[in-house]
Ligand binder design. Structure first.
Ligand SMILES: Cc1ncc(COP(=O)(O)O)c(C=O)c1O
Length: 396
């Protein structure tokens, strides 16, 4: 129907033939090649047994990290794959030195992902305080206000590169520059950026960057990537740690943990080798397409969603400016929760977030027809009243 060259990738993703999959901000579609990659894993385990550790398993968190690194502007061997962001955050927060009493402040925003803040609170020593920059519209953060909050008392700015409810892109380079100008560091959550918008942690001089593979990288659950600026590694003293972080894991020395100097310094125990296999096909496909082509298409499709929402008179809870909008558009028609449930019942996969609305997240494999279908379905559901079928569940 169209000359969109990215649609040729559709056949690599089985679920696309079964439903209208517009939920890549929650779980990216599974590439068909994952079946083969998991078979490789099983064959290696079955055939080599314990010898598999010597034929690539031990290095796999870094091997996979190295395939993600170019998608975020990171140098080789600076990205390590961990199990989830909550754990990766705990590894990092536990390893940071918060002992300078002149720096007792951590700056976050009201629209950050909750578990980032849960982990932060649980690791901050007594005497440290959190400064939360509020949002005025539920969509964005006032950047001037955020920059003003970063001052000489700030130890760390911990926030999202892209806000999960609205898809608002925070100016990572500007925030980093301000933090560094006052002697503070930055950690960005990159769950909604890498794979759908250009990211360049090295050019922006970012200190720490943690994001997941399961959304825009189509890598499945069980993998997040953690970047640490290499010159900062020696200053990190992990409390969440284990034998994989040791220079001599097979010395089994209980007296002393001699931490490695490279990214493995922040490893802990045995990694989930199966997920590390499942991650690879999605990352390879995103790399083969290139983030610039993905971004160009994403901007076109998210603009279309906004145009159709405006035409129907629905509230839009995402930035309208291209340079501030990532891959998700959140729309709020009347009765949004019931409408979302009915969309799901009709095989149109989206999600609903309180204080926001229905998040619609096309990726490189979606067609414009699918977007038109989803937006028309919202109109039909409102017109025929089928959103009411879900009212009881909402009230319960
Ligand atoms: C912005 C953001 N951060 C983190 C997560 C998940 O965190 P974790 O990897 O700890 O499950 C999500 C998942 O939905 C998210 O949207």
């Amino acid at each position: 129907m169209t000359s969109d060259p990215l649609l040729q990738w559709r056949e690599e993703f089985p679920i696309l033939s079964r439903c209208t999959y517009l939920i890549s901000n929650s779980l990216g579609a599974m590439p068909r090649a994952v079946y083969e990659r998991l078979k490789t894993y099983a064959d290696t385990w079955a055939g080599q047994g314990v010898a598999a550790w010597g034929s690539g398993w031990f290095e796999l968190p870094q091997t996979v990290g190295n395939s993600i690194a170019p998608l975020m502007g990171a140098a080789p061997d600076t990205v390590l794959v961990h199990q989830n962001a909550s754990i990766a955050n705990s590894i990092l927060f536990g390893a940071l030195d918060f002992s300078d009493s002149r720096r007792d402040k951590v700056v976050i925003t009201e629209l950050d992902f909750p578990s980032d803040v849960y982990a932060l609170r649980s690791w901050l020593p007594a005497g440290m305080r959190i400064h939360t920059v509020r949002s005025r519209d539920g969509i964005s953060i006032d950047i001037d206000e955020l920059l003003a909050a970063i001052d000489e008392r700030t130890r760390l700015v911990s926030t999202s590169h892209v806000l999960f409810r609205s898809g608002f892109i925070m100016p990572a380079a500007e925030i980093t520059a301000k933090a560094h100008s006052v002697g503070a560091q930055v950690l960005f959550n990159g769950y909604h950026s890498v794979g759908v918008i250009p990211v360049d942690v090295a050019a922006w001089n970012v200190d720490y960057y943690i994001g997941g593979v399961l959304k825009w990288l189509c890598g499945g659950p069980g993998g997040v990537f953690m970047y640490v600026r290499p010159d900062l590694l020696p200053s990190l003293k992990p409390k969440v740690t284990g034998w994989f972080a040791s220079r001599a894991p097979f010395a089994f020395d209980v007296e002393e943990l001699d931490l490695r100097a490279d990214a493995y310094r922040l490893m802990n125990g045995t990694p989930g080798i199966a997920s590390l296999h499942a991650i690879q096909p999605g990352v390879e496909i995103v790399a083969a397409i290139g983030v610039d082509a993905i971004r160009e298409k994403s901007l076109r499709q998210t603009a279309l969603i906004i145009k159709l929402a405006d035409a129907a008179g629905y509230q839009v809870f995402s930035p309208r400016a291209d340079e501030r909008r990532a891959g998700t558009v959140t729309v709020k028609p009347p009765h949004a929760w019931g409408v979302a449930q009915e969309l799901l019942a009709r095989g149109i996969m989206i999600d609903y977030r309180p204080k926001a609305g229905i998040r619609i997240a096309p990726h490189f494999y979606n067609s414009e027809d699918e977007i038109q279908r989803a937006m028309s379905a919202i109109g039909e559901i409102l017109a025929d009243g089928s959103w009411r079928r879900h009212q009881a569940a909402e009230e319960a």
